[in-house]
Write a protein that binds this ligand. Structure first.
Ligand code: ZN
Length: 417
């Protein structure tokens, strides 16, 4: 797999009037933060492990960061957006073994499918889409900095990260953290570790797994350090280990699903600080999970709903996008046939209204759209107003411009009606 710039086509986003774009505010679990207009944004979003196709949970996550991207672009600001591909990981090797495939071929085919899905959903591509396999020398270099700064130790042939100094900032209780750590690839019970939560930085090669030559032995990197290196190298440049001299943090936004809060994002932030001495991100933006028919959607339950399957069944990608943007990004939400049916009929109602000879006023609705997005991407507030606007159109209210409203929804929400 290669490093790709703009890995899928950039969707067309019509220009809209650059009136007042309030600061974009996030009220994350780790405090709120506002990004004012007139400044560029450095955003890193954790990408896929390509052992399976894009499910609706992935889609909801990437649509959230697409809203941020679209808002800043519409306000006339630059967005530097980087996403990784975790193309070296246990789930990938396990699936490849199970299906008698080469792990590289499996990774490539699932990444291609993801790119198709993102294209259909009209998501803006990242500036850089970086597979872990392509940055091994940089990871080697970054781990060397961590070792030099005293944040590592060896157990057998494996190199571990020393988390002690960062533990007071744990986002959850220590016992909960140990449980999450074990569920998400960690080894809290390994004998010889200084602390159960210390994650591996470099894993000595195991039989049947790929390995790379490095200053830390022949093997492969741990999960968290990969994201530190890719985010910092592709957002800050080649001298990323020197930190970001133009800001008090290394990057602006670190994003991903809420299942990444611990250990992944906590450890990425800790390891970035251990490498550079600087705080990682201004805002951590985490998206809720998408469930199915009242249950958690998961690989182990076998109830994942894949974007590509819905598209094959002829579902309009606008409808998928519309349905996923209804609830607040940070909340867990449910998917069901009913959710899909409602979205189909609501999209149809909006299309019918936009095609009427006279439509209800649109200027206040466009202002609501911009204000709602600025307020922690509060899409539900806008969609409630949009549904009222549909009713107003049918009541015979007039004075609106279908073109203006369509362009605003296209540009800011990626919805073409
Ligand atoms: Zn990551």
């Amino acid at each position: 797999m290669e490093i790709l710039e703009n890995p899928w086509p950039t969707p067309f986003a019509p220009l809209i009037e650059r009136g007042n774009f309030p600061p974009l505010t996030f009220k994350g679990s780790q405090g709120s933060h506002s990004f004012s207009s007139g400044t560029a944004l450095n955003m890193y979003v954790c990408g896929i492990t390509p052992y399976d196709a894009t499910h609706l949970g992935h889609a909801a996550t990437y649509l959230t960061f697409d809203l941020i991207n679209r808002y800043k672009r519409a306000a006339g600001d630059a967005v530097n957006f980087v996403e990784n591909i975790t193309d070296v990981d246990e789930p990938l090797f396990e699936r490849a073994n199970r299906d008698s495939l080469d792990w590289r071929d499996l990774g490539q085919s699932q990444t291609d499918l993801y790119r198709n899905d993102m294209t259909a959903l009209r998501v803006f591509p990242p500036s850089y889409f970086v597979p872990v396999t392509q940055v091994m020398p940089l990871i080697d270099q970054a781990i060397t900095a961590i070792v030099k700064n005293g944040y590592s130790y060896k157990v057998g042939g494996d190199l571990y990260f020393r988390t002690k100094e960062f533990l007071p900032e744990l986002p959850i209780s220590e016992s909960e953290a140990i449980e999450n750590f074990a569920q998400r690839g960690g080894d809290p019970e390994r004998v010889g570790k200084e602390h159960p939560l210390d994650p591996v930085l470099w894993i000595a090669n195991k039989e049947g797994e790929p390995g790379w030559q490095s200053s830390h032995g022949f093997g492969r990197p741990g999960w968290h350090v990969e994201c530190c290196v890719i985010s910092l190298r592709y957002l800050l440049g080649e001298n990323f280990l020197e930190g970001n001299k133009s800001s008090d943090t290394l990057i602006d936004i670190q994003g991903g699903g809420s299942d990444l809060i611990f250990p992944h994002h906590f450890m990425s932030a800790a390891q970035s600080k251990a490498m550079t001495g600087q705080k990682f991100a201004k805002a951590f933006v985490h998206t809720g999970m998408i469930g199915l028919d009242g249950e958690k959607m998961s690989k182990s339950k076998g109830n994942l709903v894949f974007v590509s399957k819905l598209l094959d069944q002829g579902v309009d990608p606008v409808v998928i996008r519309y349905a996923l943007l209804q609830g607040h990004y940070s909340k867990d939400r449910m998917w069901s046939d009913k959710v899909l049916r409602n979205a189909v009929s609501e999209v149809q109602n909006i299309r019918t209204s936009l095609a009427m000879m006279e439509i209800a006023p649109t200027k206040p609705l466009i202002s609501t759209l911009i204000e709602s997005l600025a307020d922690d991407l509060n899409t539900s507030r806008f969609f409630n107003e949009l549904k009222m606007w549909v009713e107003d159109c049918h009541k015979g209210m007039r004075g609106g411009s279908a073109g203006e409203l369509s362009r605003a929804m296209d540009s800011l929400l990626g919805l073409t009606f």
